[in-house]
Design a protein around this ligand. Sequence first.
Ligand SMILES: [Zn+2]
Length: 490
Amino acid sequence: MSDFRLYNTLSRTVEPFTPGDGETVRIYSCGPTVYDPAHVGNFRTFLFNDLLRRALLLEGWQVVQVQNLTDVDDKIIKRAHDTGRSIYEVTEPVTEVFHADRRYLRIQDAEQYPKATTHIPEMIALVERLLEKGVAYKAEDGSVYFAIDRFPGYGKLSRLDTREVKQGARVAQDDYTKENAQDFALWKAAKPEDEATGAVWDAPFGRGRPGWHLECSAMAMKYLGETLDIHCGGIDLVFPHHEDEIAQSEAATGKIFSRFWCHGEFLQIDGTKMSKRLGNITTVKDLRERGVSAAAIRHFIYSTHYRKQMNLSGVGLEASLEAVRRVGELAHRLEAARGGTPELAEAARDGEAAFRAALRDDLNGPEAVAALFMFLQRANAELDQKGRDAASLLEARRVFGLMDSVLDIQPRALRVVVGPDRVDPALETLSGMALAEVAQMEWAVARLQDRLAARAARDFATSDVIRAEVEARGFVVKDTGAGTQLERWR
Ligand SMILES: [Zn+2]
């Protein structure tokens, strides 16, 4: 019996967790709507999913994770229609940005990234099942709705019975066709703009397109079966999205849809909830361009518990940049050391115990980060002793590797030396760079070549201006005997 525990929104308590079959944890995470690049607030949720995934793997379980991509919805259709494109022309480039951002942040690949538009038959089948059971009905407007009055469990996740339902917030003109104002659309009857943008499919109950909630239920059950171990997402999805997913899945199967529901809190900027509407967008691209490494962002996000709200602040990010620099330094020292002291092995064992305990305690990120830094402090002091014990050094390296396999907060440097007419190593040999990053490196290299020319002409004022310009884009510039070293942390 594992003592891994997770907060379950369904019960509002921290409960012991083990996978249903004892071996493989089946997780569904609600993914992005691919009409604009996701902001850092969305990525906080995805980083929480990543920490969960890695912590479960550390427990020795296997993980099968599915994250959907919502590639048909009102906003996508509106944008496609306004710009004379198909929905695919809107969503495909944004999907690429999502994966590039995700990889930059070192978020491990899920096993599946299903798209809504390639799972229409599964969704149609689910609607038919609900119509047959009599819990869904076709309204006068041609859309198919789920009748919440006919599903007794409605409200159990968001506890609708104990809080006020926001009535009228989304009252559309066609509401009079519904039996109950709270009934939600499973299938939306085709409109001219849907036809114009390719967002329509034929179904036995009428031509149209799926509702958002339907997509997640259909794809989750296709890849993970009718009962999942964990369903996660941002806290804003509890109602109505997850409540509606439960209703349509459980009404269709008669089984529990997900044993655990786990929700990540918001990331705020300067005390205001981050959202596209408010206009204070900070994308991963912004962070990248300012030279904030993935290691630093991960450290920053994991230093607050996933169920607590947090603010994105410049001061916090600066502190994280410094913290991960120390992690990189320790990695280097452990690599270079010839041996350790018995106390080094002891620090490693204590560190491992504290680290595992923190993750088992409802994924306590800040405690796990603290365990790493406690180990770091003790390990640095022991490495100063220049011990010669090989076994204790191996133990320290193992534990550091174990911690890093979950947190992944070791910064990696991209370094090139720029001479007047050469770059060493050549940029094309640097692997794993996204296109935007290559373009930035090329730009910085060109500017440093201008700077070398200015220095050769003893124009130091221009040289200083160029240096400041390059450093403002998140690079570190160092003059060395061999040329100018350009460094970027990621
Ligand atoms: Zn979803």
